[in-house]
Design a binder for this molecule. Structure first.
Ligand SMILES: O=C(O)c1cnc2c(C(=O)O)cccc2c1O
Length: 458
């Protein structure tokens, strides 16, 4: 069975949580044991590929084709993207030399919406696998950044004639994945919805947290974005004594416009979601730590200032919300050797006051923005989501635990550890008074980066 192969070929993978970081070039090898490159994900050791779908935002088609092993390199690949007009034309032109690469344009009918979702559907001779990740399909996203993924188990085919509800997981992942795919309302995904129905996804222990553009009312308000997360935390997490002292941590690589003060969205509806545990919710006294790289974090990174090209926080947005910057903490990841590998991963979690336990953990494509998570409108009777996003929620109950212990030293990996491998250092470290959040469209010419260069955006 390939999963046994999985064990023998990748003995150092953590298959408790199936949460992996991307390999980073230039680190001591110790910090890459148990990390995966895209070529590892597409390796025959994980299954004998027949066809795949790549949902993403940014694509280098020639580079992507080259990441498949030669024996899989001309198998059909469907690209699900959000490009329109000239951008769509450029994308399709990239695939001219590759007739096996086809395209599906996701509908983006609400302004400023983007197709951020990053997911691989891998259909093998042996079954089916899903990967939900944070990396674009471009070389730079797999080189010297901190990125993450959830890799599903190998889902075997169901016996012929199995009922529609067969192969469901305790977290209803199968239903939720099918609903997410159906939300695109495109013919190209129909055959994939059918294929997934024929497979057994029952070993899945994570909950799916997606966003699909739209304006939702009534029960539909809880299907996507942060109200989906709130519903899951309400239904499947337990209240914790003294929970108001359990900090929320949000970590992301971009930031949207969130209004003139914290009550407009962040400390209101979004914090109400992040502080929900069972019946209890908005704890306005709960500490909220936001992790976003400072200018110096970027300047001293492996990539240098160019890392900031993937941290698109604009001056226009930043200057409208200076109140936000008091929440900010540095990017520090000595635990994974990734302090100088700038984050493109996005994670959210609820930690104990001493940061030794987690009440839950999310890895997702969603940055800190209303577009991604949704925002309430019309006196809280409607929620508006602009973008496609996808992530997974880890809840201790789904792993037979009350909380997740935080794994102190995730590298080298132990395959059966019950500690959760949080990718950056806890507790997060506050910005010093001199620290500034990275802003990508202003010059930095006072201090050279690791490559001796300055940053002067055009
Ligand atoms: O991974 C993504 O989904 C994603 C989306 N957008 C951007 C932008 C932008 O939207 O201007 C700029 C730089 C990087 C990204 C990026 O990495």
């Amino acid at each position: 069975e390939p999963d046994d192969f999985f064990e023998t070929s990748f003995p150092c993978l953590n298959d408790t949580y199936r949460f992996y970081l991307n390999k980073v070039t230039g680190l001591d090898r110790k910090y890459n044991t148990g990390a995966l490159h895209i070529k590892d994900i597409l390796s025959p050791l994980f299954g004998t590929l027949k066809e795949s779908v790549q949902f993403n935002y940014c694509f280098d088609i020639a580079w992507m084709v080259n990441q498949f092993p030669p024996e899989f390199r001309d198998l059909p690949v469907l690209i699900v993207h959000g490009d329109k007009r000239e951008a769509k034309a450029r994308l399709l032109k990239q695939a001219q030399p590759f007739p096996h690469v086809r395209f599906c344009q996701a509908k983006l009918d609400i302004a400023f919406g983007t197709h951020h979702t990053k997911m691989m559907l891998l259909w093998y001779e042996e079954g089916f696998r899903v990967v939900i990740l944070t990396s674009n399909l471009i070389r730079a996203d797999w080189y010297q950044k901190t990125q993450g993924m959830w890799m599903s188990p190998l889902f075997p085919r169901l016996p012929k004639g199995s009922g529609a509800s067969a192969g469901e997981s305790p977290t209803f992942f199968k239903r939720d994945l099918l609903e997410y795919l159906a939300s695109y309302r495109v013919p190209e995904l129909e055959e994939w919805i059918q294929r997934i129905k024929e497979h057994d996804l029952s070993e899945t222990r994570v909950y799916l947290v997606g966003s699909t553009p739209g304006r939702y009312v009534g029960e539909n308000m809880e299907r996507w974005g942060h109200l989906r997360l709130r519903k899951l935390l309400h239904d499947h997490a337990e209240p914790i004594p003294g929970e108001e002292r359990w900090p929320v941590i949000g970590q992301f690589s971009s930031i949207g416009s969130m209004g003139l003060d914290k009550t407009k969205w962040l400390a209101g509806e979004f914090q109400r979601t992040l502080t929900t545990l069972g019946k209890s919710s908005l704890r306005s006294d709960t500490p909220v730590h936001l992790v976003f790289p400072s200018v110096d974090d970027v300047r001293t990174s492996l990539e240098g200032y160019p890392a900031g090209g993937s941290l698109p926080y604009s001056l226009q947005t930043a200057q409208k919300q200076l109140w936000l910057h008091s929440y900010f903490h540095r990017w520090k990841a000595n635990t994974t050797g990734r302090s100088h590998a700038m984050p493109h991963i996005k994670t959210y979690m609820r930690a104990s006051p001493d940061f030794t336990e987690l009440a839950w953990f999310v890895v997702t494509s969603s940055n800190l923005s209303k577009a991604a998570w949704g925002a309430l409108e019309k006196n809280n009777t409607q929620v508006m989501v602009r973008s496609y996003e996808l992530g997974v929620l880890y809840l201790p109950a789904a792993f037979g635990m009350k909380t997740f212990p935080v794994l102190k030293d995730p590298f080298p990996v132990s395959s059966s550890s019950t500690g959760f491998p949080v990718p950056f250092d806890l507790p997060p470290v506050c910005y010093s008074p001199k620290d500034q959040p990275w802003i990508w469209n202003i010059p930095y010419n006072q201090a050279p980066d690791t490559h001796g260069n300055i940053w002067v955006p055009s």
